[in-house]
Design a protein around this ligand. Sequence first.
Ligand code: NAP
Length: 237
Amino acid sequence: MSGRLHGRRAIVTGAGSGIGAAVAKRLAADGARVFTSDLQGEVDQVADVTADGASEALVGAAVDAMGGLDTLVPCAGISAFAPLEGHSDAYFRQVLEVNLVAVFRLVRDAAPLLKAAGNGRVVTIGSTTSSFGDEGLCAYSASKHAILGFTKSAAAELGPHGVTVNCVQPGAIDTPMTAPAFEQMPEYRTFWENKAPLRRLGRAGDIADVVAFLCSDDARFMSGHGLWVDGGAMVRH
Ligand code: NAP
């Protein structure tokens, strides 16, 4: 344990699975207190981030548990491949609700605490599809482009209060989210393995380590960034 996040009090959503679980583990290993939330799993709070009042309830529960809040890492997200003409209104809205609107609400409702902390940190989770599009990903890619724009504007607005806001953009990461697609389309897995100069899929820990850095004092002068964490895959795009 490096202890570089000692004293930090963080919320991590989507912490029951994949990247969120790895982030919660890594922040705790670095000394942060972490309040975890997800739809299911071994977390401090079981909740749907899109429910009415969810963000106020989450911030309130985290503050009750930890005595304050200075760090947010909203990892809850959904994705599925669907052709444009197969995107129902409900599906498109649901993807935006989870991947974008719920993150906006959480950052908004935590903003007074982040500002008061003087060194608040927000790390949103975008995607390499925050920077390009792909077949079957109209809703997902729209939500991930939007979260990058949100990140930049929030960085501009919260920066004068000492809060940094950055967006980690993972490439193809081996998690329960991607497992069905990689199982059904092994050629998709091979495509991403070969596209990355590092010649492998990412692991949840590859993302968590970068998130922990951005939450630390080492990243104190970085804000408004989208960072590809993709084994170099985007250099070939
Ligand atoms: P994951 O293993 O499926 O984890 C996502 C978690 O979010 C799941 O536990 C999921 O619960 C939860 N969640 C979904 N809807 C929710 C809701 N309405 N309220 C609360 N929690 C909800 O996926 P992951 O790969 O770790 O993804 C984490 C983040 O990284 C997402 O934002 C994703 O878009 C992003 N990302 C992933 C990749 C990748 O290749 N894996 C690449 C780029 C970006 P259920 O499992 O019960 O639905």
